[in-house]
Write a protein that binds this ligand. Structure first.
Ligand SMILES: *Cc1c(COP(=O)(O)O)cnc(C)c1O
Length: 221
């Protein structure tokens, strides 16, 4: 299957309103270009150095999303152009994104990453930490970020039952936040679903799926 066929197949299974983020990490710009030529404009990367190296080689109308662990001291390198950061996992990181966005006279859309996996190795806020952060007024304290929603990663397992359970918990929490302490009217996105579990994510209310290997093939890493 070609990249174009993969994208067409995935798109045909996504309901209207679900955004496809093509995760292009570890793939060179020529490969990304093939996806771009099918009309794909939203790409996700997980390393600052890789993203800043590839971006100048690609068309300027790509919307870059950052999805990986982000070190505070690297925020300034992506702040001038990044479209969305999915992986805000600490208050300190959120404040730094706000500070760097202000310097660039921008507002950066971000998602708060919530730890939902039953396994312990994944990043993110606990639900309680997230409630506290929002109740303490972090959204209004950071005027140059727009908290657009939540992101989560399920346990890496073949059990779609477990994955579905984890996604469902996040969906319920997303609704709770929306009702109880909405960070703003733009709190609309639920970024869940990767190659192995995006259909389960869509069934559980995903508005953004982050798909890499199902589009580009296996990564060598
Ligand atoms: C790599 C990555 C993806 C995509 O994973 P695939 O299994 O290749 O679809 C999605 N989200 C995050 C945070 C990632 O790091």
């Amino acid at each position: 299957m070609s990249i174009a066929q993969n994208i067409a197949r995935i798109r045909s299974t996504l309901p209207d309103g679900v955004t496809l983020v093509a995760v292009s990490k570890f793939h060179p710009s020529e490969i990304i270009r093939k996806a771009y030529d099918t009309g794909q404009r939203i790409f996700g990367e997980s390393r600052v150095q890789e993203l800043t190296a590839k971006r100048p080689l690609l068309p300027p109308d790509i919307e870059w999303h950052f999805i990986g662990t982000l070190q505070t001291n690297k925020v300034k390198q992506i702040a001038p152009f990044i479209c969305m950061i999915h992986s805000i996992d600490s208050a300190g990181l959120l404040k730094e994104v706000d500070r760097q966005a202000a310097k660039c006279h921008r507002t950066i859309r971000v998602l708060l990453e919530i730890h939902i996996a039953e396994e312990t190795s994944k990043h993110g806020f606990t639900m309680d930490e997230c409630r506290t952060l929002l109740r303490e007024g972090m959204a209004s304290a950071c005027p140059n970020v727009c908290i657009a929603g939540l992101m989560g990663m399920a346990t890496f397992t073949d059990s779609m039952e477990q994955v579905g359970r984890e996604f469902k918990r996040l969906r319920t929490f997303f609704e709770e936040i929306k009702n109880d302490c909405p960070p703003g009217e733009f709190f609309t996105e639920l970024s869940i679903g990767m190659s192995g579990d995006y259909l389960t994510a869509v069934a559980n209310g995903s508005t953004m799926v982050r798909i890499g290997s199902d589009i580009f093939g296996e990564r060598l890493y």
